[in-house]
Design a protein around this ligand. Structure first.
Ligand SMILES: Cc1ncc(COP(=O)(O)O)c(C=O)c1O
Length: 349
């Protein structure tokens, strides 16, 4: 059985965390002269550092305890904090499965941690045997599995993720930013089984709150306590907490938009498939499609010239463009422009 305490950096173990005014007194009633706030205004008070209201709703929805939830300034903050808690700069390592979300790489570099990138197979699957072999190295403190994966779009089978969890001597983060779009569902119910599992999710995708910057980590209380120990005291603003709370309670909008996006993904997929410039579209469990074009760089530039911005992933997957599913109107516009480009004599493929 993994002992989380043995994985934590010594300086974090010994850290005396900042004790904010709201740590020392957390009631709502009273005359507050303790935090050097301005007594006038509407946003004059510091927000709840532990986001209790938000966590209460989330715990209820997810069927877990509030103590198993960490709220971050986007899930990007969760990634960075995990590096800072578990990886000694210059000595410890982390593992990802490439191609995948770019922030694991950036956070590793910021924290001076070597990131091992194990390539996915040709069909974008996890090479579990190779991962098990690598995970014999106890210096690998963090493993990131992005499922559904960005930019390939596919979710990995749960049994494979569990096999990696079992082989790992460190923390395994399952990044579920796109889980709402996947039929496979979340790994969140396994946080009680695996002490080294962190599931991260975000309000930025299916919940439509990318501007608000709210992300979550779900894990055992020991890991959650460490995240709370290291985070900036007021890492999620009052406005963001409120926005997240409202969005979580508005199930109608969530369900309606999710349904539209799923239908549009299917429609976009079918229409793209009819185009001569499109070579292949990969199956997607997310809100985007990874499509191989005859010449991704050329198509990307032509679309940008027409003010349609997609993500050129040519440098990551040869000749591939990642297309986020937009509104029905936006998707139609994209398809029409691509059709027009095909018909233009100047376009040589
Ligand atoms: C896989 C993955 N994880 C995390 C994030 C970042 O999410 P957040 O907006 O919560 O920081 C993204 C954003 O694109 C993503 O693709």
């Amino acid at each position: 059985m993994i002992d989380i305490n043995n994985l934590v950096r010594m300086n974090i173990m010994n850290l005396q965390p900042y004790s904010s005014a709201r740590d020392e007194f957390s009631g709502n009633e009273g005359v507050f002269l303790d935090a050097n706030e301005n007594p006038f205004g509407e946003l004059n008070r510091y927000p709840d550092p532990y986001q209790r209201e938000l966590k209460a709703v989330l715990a209820n929805q997810k069927g877990i305890d509030t103590a198993q939830i960490f709220v971050g300034n986007g899930s990007d903050e969760v990634i960075d904090l995990l590096f800072r808690i578990f990886c000694n700069p210059g000595t410890d390592k982390a593992l990802t499965f490439s191609p995948t979300y770019g922030m694991y790489d950036v956070s590793a570099a910021i924290n001076a941690v070597e990131l091992i990138k194990l390539p996915l197979t040709d069909s974008f699957q996890l090479d579990v045997d190779a991962a098990k072999e690598l995970l014999k190295d106890c210096k690998i403190k963090l493993t990131f599995i992005c499922s559904p994966n960005n930019p390939t779009g596919n979710a990995f089978p749960k049994e494979q993720i569990e096999a990696i969890l079992q082989a790992s001597q460190g923390i395994v983060v399952v990044d579920e930013a796109y889980v709402d779009f996947s039929e496979q569902g979340s790994m969140i119910d396994l946080i009680n089984t695996y002490p080294n599992l962190v599931v991260s999710q975000t309000m930025s995708k299916a919940r439509g709150l990318a501007a608000a910057r709210v992300g979550f980590a779900f894990a055992n209380t020991q890991i959650i306590n460490l995240l709370n120990k290291v985070k900036p005291p007021y890492n999620v603003s009052l406005l963001n907490q409120k926005a997240a709370l409202d969005a979580l309670l508005d199930n109608e909008t969530y369900t309606r938009n999710l349904q539209i996006l799923q239908q549009e993904k299917e429609r976009l997929n079918n229409l793209l498939n009819e185009l001569k410039t499109v070579v292949k579209i990969y199956p997607s469990d997310a809100n985007f499609l990874l499509a191989e074009f005859k010449d991704a760089n050329a198509t990307y530039q032509q679309l940008v010239d027409r003010k349609i911005i997609v993500r050129n992933r040519n440098s990551v997957v040869n000749n591939c463009i990642r297309i986020t599913v937009g509104t029905p109107e936006e998707n139609t516009l994209l398809i029409n422009e691509l059709k027009q480009l095909e018909n233009e004599k100047s376009t040589v493929y």
